[in-house]
Design a binder for this molecule. Structure first.
Ligand SMILES: CC(C)(COP(=O)(O)OP(=O)(O)OC[C@H]1O[C@@H](n2cnc3c(N)ncnc32)[C@H](O)[C@@H]1OP(=O)(O)O)[C@@H](O)C(=O)NCCC(=O)NCCS
Length: 161
């Protein structure tokens, strides 16, 4: 995390956050546009019985206003985890919030025994690739024509703990 990172509070995503998360994601060209139902299936992701998590959904709230500035969603089947989506509202970008969100996912992954993290990203998404590279992810392979509208390769990136 950079020393000038924006002060944010990172906490689990809750149902009350969904209007803001959907709005925020809708304003981001490169964020996956998930339906409300898809998010509803992942809020409150703790399995209280077994204590095992299969999904992690976090939001980063601006320390002053409390507004949700960013979010991240991941899935895991230890020892493997996948970072599914991360998004930061454009007015909050380049303040270290994306990095803090992914670092927090990483901490939770480690607690659950994840040792290998994978993700897919559009080849042209330089901001996301820059974020992932800055955190130690490296290109592992490519999926040709994986994305549509427009058609583009996915870069598969990997980080080992
Ligand atoms: C990718 C994204 C989450 C980054 O969030 P962010 O809060 O702005 O990122 P940070 O401020 O934590 O940046 C961390 C590092 O990532 C890299 N980075 C971030 N934005 C970048 C950009 N526009 N260009 C190049 N590198 C960038 C830099 O290395 C940066 O470190 P630095 O600021 O010290 O140089 C944000 O740009 C975003 O929401 N994009 C749209 C949605 C998306 O593409 N999500 C990923 C696919 S699911």
């Amino acid at each position: 995390m950079s020393s000038c990172a924006e002060p944010v509070m990172i906490r689990p995503m809750m149902a009350v956050d969904l209007n803001r998360v959907l709005d925020l994601a809708g304003g981001l060209k490169d964020a996956p546009q998930w339906s409300r139902a898809a998010y509803e299936g992942i809020v409150d992701p703790v399995d209280g019985e077994s204590g095992s998590w299969r999904r992690i959904a976090l939001v980063a709230c601006d320390a002053e206003s409390g507004l949700v500035a960013g979010f991240a969603v991941a899935s895991l089947v230890p020892p493997e985890g996948e970072l599914e989506t991360v998004g930061v509202a454009s007015e909050f970008q380049r303040r270290g919030i994306g990095r803090q969100l992914v670092n927090e996912i990483g901490k939770k992954f480690r607690l659950q025994g994840v040792t290998k993290v994978l993700l897919e990203v559009r080849d042209s998404n330089l901001a996301a690739k820059g974020l992932y590279c800055s955190l130690g992810f490296r290109e592992m392979s490519r999926r040709s024509g994986y994305y549509i509208d427009p058609i583009e390769d996915a870069v598969v990136m990997r980080l080992d703990f």
